[in-house]
Design a protein around this ligand. Structure first.
Ligand code: SF4
Ligand code: SF4
Length: 353
């Protein structure tokens, strides 16, 4: 790999709002930190949360809200929140394990800009493709296949089956220790890595939606361009590619986190983005006593490992190996199994394998 990314520019003036709506889930994947799936439905006042969304709606011209969890559809408020954002002219997408019924997806899909169904080979849902196909009548559908190294052949087979379906987009996902907070499911062979590189290059294909058949569908506008060291510009950029190819160390870069993005955690704390740089801004229950951010950040995170964060406008400002950046460097440190179990002891109810 010779060319390096040298600048990232978000195309439209839009707030990327990530909302981790709960920390309860119907699955218990062992590459998912227990704190994200062994919790409760809402750890904040949902009325205050709705009020905060209305405030953002008055402040930003356009919002794209990515809702995840836990499993977001476990929240009884999920359909109402989608309607609220949609009716205010914004866009909403969801990442889900697809646990709900086909009828549920039929009812919520029309007002969603996309549905990312994640496929977890350790907890196979035999109806996932059927649910995805029903949803694809109304919105963009992606099946994100977790390429768990322990189930490589099973994941590969499922990926190949989904790739044959023209109505949906299929994306392979590398299991990252920075997300799992431990080494599990990430024991890839060099051939696996090569396959992941190759198959993440071409995943941007959007399926055209027929507006006569899906009249409520609204496309989200959250694209970014990647500028490379050889002068080339990728206007249809894929953040996963930079993560997989290890081009996600932006230490010393000026980043528009907090200006182009906000993050609401499952605990109700609002931050500038998924990476947590800038710390907690305030709790959603007390939001009206606090200002919204007016400045970005100089990146000091070891890795930018969330696609939403990667796509935020950023450009180099300070040398990554300068003393000031070295001294401030922070970010996820991958835990040993012993530290992992100690750290999550109050959350591990299901024995991790
Ligand atoms: S389905 Fe998603 S949220 Fe649930 S345990 Fe698995 S990775 Fe975590
Ligand atoms: S890790 Fe955070 S601060 Fe650094 S580039 Fe990514 S979003 Fe910006």
């Amino acid at each position: 790999m010779n060319k390096r990314v040298i600048r990232i520019r978000q195309h439209d003036n839009i707030l990327r709002l990530t909302w981790v709506i709960n920390n309860i889930c119907t699955n218990h994947c062992d590459y998912c930190p227990p704190i994200l799936h062994n919790g409760t439905n809402h750890n904040y006042n949902i009325e205050r949360a709705k009020d905060f969304i209305q405030r953002l709606s008055g402040h930003y011209e356009k919002i794209h809200c990515s809702i995840s969890g836990g499993e977001p559809t476990v929240s009884p408020f999920f359909p109402e929140i989608v309607n609220m954002l949609y009716d205010s002219g914004h866009t909403v997408g969801i990442t889900t394990n697809g646990v709900r019924t086909i009828d549920y997806w039929k009812s919520v899909a029309p007002k969603l800009s996309y549905i990312c169904f994640s496929y977890h080979p350790g907890s196979h849902d035999p109806q996932l493709i059927e649910k995805a196909l029903e949803s694809a009548k109304h919105t963009h559908v992606v099946i994100r296949v977790m390429m768990d190294s322990r189930y490589w052949d099973k994941s590969l087979h499922f990926y190949e089956e989904c790739s044959k379906i023209s109505e949906i987009r299929t994306e392979p996902v590398r299991i990252l220790p920075e997300i799992a907070n431990r080494h599990i499911g990430d024991d890839y062979t060099p051939e696996n890595i090569e396959w992941l590189f190759k198959n993440q290059m071409g995943v941007n294909r959007k399926i055209a939606i027929d507006s006569t058949k899906a009249p409520l569908f609204r496309q989200e506008k959250i694209g970014s361009s990647f500028h490379y060291s050889d002068g080339s510009v990728d206007k249809n950029a894929n953040g996963n590619y930079l993560i997989t190819s290890g081009q996600n160390d932006f230490r010393g870069w000026a980043c528009n986190i907090g200006l182009e993005s906000l993050y609401i955690g499952f605990d109700g704390y609002v931050k500038k983005g998924n990476c947590g740089q800038g710390g907690h801004l305030f709790h959603i229950d007390d939001h009206e006593k606090n200002e919204l951010p007016t400045a970005g950040e100089i990146c000091v995170q070891r890795k930018c490992f969330c696609v939403t964060d990667v796509m935020i406008t950023k450009a180099p400002m300070l040398e990554a190996n300068s003393e000031i950046i070295k001294n401030l460097t922070t970010g996820v440190k991958i835990k040993s199994e012993q530290d992992y179990k100690e750290y999550y002891k109050d959350y591990i109810r299901i024995k991790a394998t």
